[in-house]
Unconditional design. Structure first.
Length: 403
């Protein structure tokens, strides 16, 4: 099969930027498909002007010019400037590079992922050229310019007027889709509840699986100390500050908190001020295995509808129990009492949950054992099989034979 994949970001040696798990997932999927004898090309949003094509691990990666006032994922801009950027983004009509690659590569299907900088013009272009389109929902781009549905410290229940205005055309563009995949049931439900994908024939869920070497060895609890781990961006919506406030209330001899990911000096200072007596260690950017081999329990304290954080899949692959909040895809991945725990996102509730875990370290070992024995096992090969099945179903529904 010949598959044209689009993604806002696609990390390569010449453009290595990674913001979240979506681009890591896309690269792993593309390379796995090539390894199974499919032909794959990738189009990403350019990060510089006149960005040349780059070949990476057998895949040609093209960078689409960004027809806007700045490149996506660049430095932070003022609210008025961002508003202009999103308005321009929502009115993009056609993608010249998608049209050119469709005519040259002749794909059987276009698989789109995150759309910032590329826009729904990729769908319209493919549809006009007769190419079926499957889109994977990794974020809330279609309903929120910030892609997060998070504002003023809370997950958004409804779409505000500015979000409705700035996403009007992209929501209508879903009529061009043959299929939509949610990385969790929750992200798919949020979109369908808001009236999207009413004309999309196939709507399914294919949850993420680990894409990294994370190891699976049990970590010893030295002197009875439970080591909690947080990995990811240190932002409000990820809940890190609620976690730190919770840790601050627990005797430091009982727990240790390990934080992996970029932490600026100001962020480190703020965290230390929130929990001056806590045992907190900043690892910075490390390989996933180096993080997981140090922790007993992974904490995912998000306060937004986190679609399907890759840390959840990685933690389960590493056989580490999860303490998570009931948002987005997190709650779908945890079997309370068997593979982890669910907690409300406020500091008091998190602290109460941590204390209960600390009081019964045996359950950590039992949960790790269940994960190691294969309970709820979901590997990346299962993800690829899910997408291949969806591709085949789309082709059959169109009466098309793939190449």
């Amino acid at each position: 099969m010949k598959i044209l994949i689009t993604s806002s970001l696609y990390p390569t040696p010449l453009a290595p930027k990674v913001v979240g798990g979506a681009e890591t997932f896309v690269r792993r999927l593309a390379e796995t498909l090539v390894g199974q004898n499919d032909s794959v090309e990738v189009i990403r949003a350019a990060s510089v002007s006149n960005q040349p094509m780059e070949s990476c691990n057998g895949i040609d990666v093209y960078s689409a010019p960004v027809h806007n006032i700045y490149f996506p994922f660049a430095k932070q801009h003022s609210a008025p400037v961002r508003g202009i950027w999103h308005a321009i983004e929502d009115w993009q009509q056609m993608s010249e590079i998608v049209a050119a690659r469709i005519k040259a590569f002749k794909p059987d299907i276009l698989h789109s992922n995150n759309l910032s900088g590329l826009t729904t013009a990729v769908w319209r272009t493919a549809a006009e050229l007769g190419i079926p389109v499957l889109h994977t929902l990794h974020d809330y781009y279609l309903t929120c310019p910030r892609c997060s549905r998070f504002s003023d410290g809370h997950a958004c229940e409804a779409s505000c007027m500015s979000c409705q205005l700035l996403t009007f055309r992209r929501r209508g563009a879903t009529r061009h889709l043959d299929a939509v995949v949610g990385v969790s049931q929750r992200i798919l439900d949020i979109h369908t509840r808001l009236g999207l994908f009413t004309q999309t024939p196939l709507k399914i869920v294919i949850r993420n699986a680990s894409t990294a070497d994370v190891g699976s060895e049990e970590t010893a609890m030295v002197d009875g100390t439970v080591t909690l781990g947080f990995i990811g961006r240190l932002t409000e919506e990820k809940g890190i500050y609620n976690l730190v406030r919770a840790v601050a209330t627990i005797p430091p001899e009982r727990i240790r908190l390990v934080i992996a990911g970029h932490a600026s000096e100001s962020q480190r200072k703020q965290i230390k001020e929130l929990a001056p007596n806590a045992r907190i260690e900043f690892l910075g950017f490390v390989q996933p295995k180096q993080f997981y081999e140090q922790v007993n329990v992974v904490v995912v304290p998000s306060v937004w509808e986190d679609p399907s954080p890759l840390v959840v899949a990685d933690a389960q692959a590493a056989c580490k129990p999860l303490l998570g909040t009931p948002f987005g895809g997190i709650q779908e991945a945890i079997k309370p009492g068997l593979t982890g725990w669910l907690t409300s996102p406020d500091p008091a509730s998190i602290a109460k949950s941590i204390l209960a875990i600390v009081e019964s370290p045996r359950q950590i070992r039992e949960m790790s054992g269940r994960l190691k024995s294969g309970i709820d096992k979901w590997a990346f090969d299962d993800v690829v099989t899910g997408y291949r099945t969806a591709f085949d179903q789309i082709m059959r529904s169109r009466g098309m034979a793939h190449t």
